[in-house]
Design a protein around this ligand. Structure first.
Ligand code: SF4
Length: 354
């Protein structure tokens, strides 16, 4: 029954309505308060994010440098292009070398409830993407590269601004190709008082070597698990045939690092693994097999958001089988299967519009 009577508030709608306004508000907080301020969060608790210890020992900086050096023959994601981003070369993700671009930064109220709470999820939308799906739900930013060039200092300030306006976490959307930038800026923000948990909001297609470097830094992993079959990921995500196997391994590694996600008494998530699965038309993603794998390989109370909001955007109309929304029947079938498998921590969305 969750969200049954609410109009779906997607990332696209939220961005359209509020991103400009919130970006101004968020950044103005920084300009008025100054960077090296006692950053204050209305939601601050005794919680200490994982990265603070590593910041204090200097380990966070070292790991950031390690990732930065990887951009010389870029291996930050499974594409492993090998281009020299430090010299401005451009790989598959189309990121202009080592230049950081951000499309928006604001409290987001359309994410999962335990991330949103009252203050919102402090979302930073990073430009470009290494997966490049034909049905991309965020194509202006991820595919066309809509965003503004920012430096690391500005990225650190964005995190502090989001903390100051009362967000519950810092949520990096599509972080993979910018992991080096994130760690460097996080080290700066930690030194200036950042205390919020870090959410790594990823496609799930991650190299284990990179996840090892992120161990003890990321508090909440928020991976997609899009496809079960490699033929599907290759077809709809620009040849990424390794997606299913690498994502399975990545999700297991993420679980090993942060464990099952359990909210605090106030309903706020501070640590753990939260999996997202977008149900696609004609069972393109292999939804039931994905639920079955989660039930077999992870604890039954693993958080799984079964998403109903697939929209045939970007180039989806070039593929007849994914050129429509899903039906209520398709969605309910996946939910029913997940429940039958014994998964107990499901985020089941309203689907009245299907
Ligand atoms: S992050 Fe970009 S440049 Fe680096 S390996 Fe991946 S797609 Fe290639």
């Amino acid at each position: 029954m969750k969200n049954m009577f609410l109009k779906p508030y997607t990332r696209r709608r939220f961005l359209k309505h509020t991103s400009k306004f919130c970006l101004k508000v968020g950044l103005s907080c920084v300009f008025f308060s100054g960077f090296k301020t006692e950053a204050f969060s209305k939601t601050a608790t005794a919680f200490e994010p994982a990265y603070l210890k590593l910041h204090k020992t200097g380990e966070l900086k070292k790991r950031a440098e390690k990732l930065w050096a990887m951009m010389e023959t870029c291996q930050l994601c499974p594409r492993a292009c090998g281009v020299n981003r430090l010299e401005g070369e451009i790989g598959f993700c189309r990121t202009p070398g080592a230049t950081l671009a951000v499309s928006a930064s604001h409290p987001h109220f359309g994410e999962e409830r335990p991330l949103v709470g009252k203050g919102g999820s402090g979302t930073i939308f990073l430009t470009h993407c290494n997966l490049r799906c034909v049905f991309c739900q965020n194509w202006e930013v991820a595919q066309l590269g809509r965003g503004v060039e920012r430096n690391l200092d500005e990225l650190a300030k964005m995190m502090l601004a989001l903390q100051q306006v009362g967000c519950h976490n810092i949520n990096f959307v599509t972080p993979t190709h910018y992991s080096a930038h994130i760690l460097r800026a996080l080290d700066m923000a930690a030194g200036a008082g950042l205390q919020l948990p870090i959410v790594y909001n990823t496609s799930g297609w991650e190299r284990l070597e990179i996840l090892d470097i992120l161990d003890g830094i990321v508090d909440i992993y928020l991976p997609d698990f899009k496809y079960w079959e490699s033929a599907m990921s290759a077809k709809y995500s620009s040849g990424a045939d390794s997606y299913p196997e690498m994502t399975r391994q990545a999700i297991l590694a993420m679980h090993g690092q942060v464990g099952v996600a359990h909210p605090t008494k106030k309903g706020i998530m501070q640590k753990g693994l939260m999996i997202r699965h977008l149900v696609m038309p004609n069972n393109t993603g292999g939804s039931e097999k994905i639920m079955s794998w989660i039930a077999r390989k992870l604890p039954k109370d693993t958080f799984v958001n079964i998403m109903a909001q697939y929209n045939p955007l970007y180039k989806a109309y070039d593929y007849r089988e994914i050129s429509r929304r899903i039906t209520g029947k398709e969605y309910k079938k996946v939910v029913k299967r997940a429940k039958k498998l014994g998964l107990t921590n499901l985020d089941v969305q309203g689907y009245w519009w299907l």
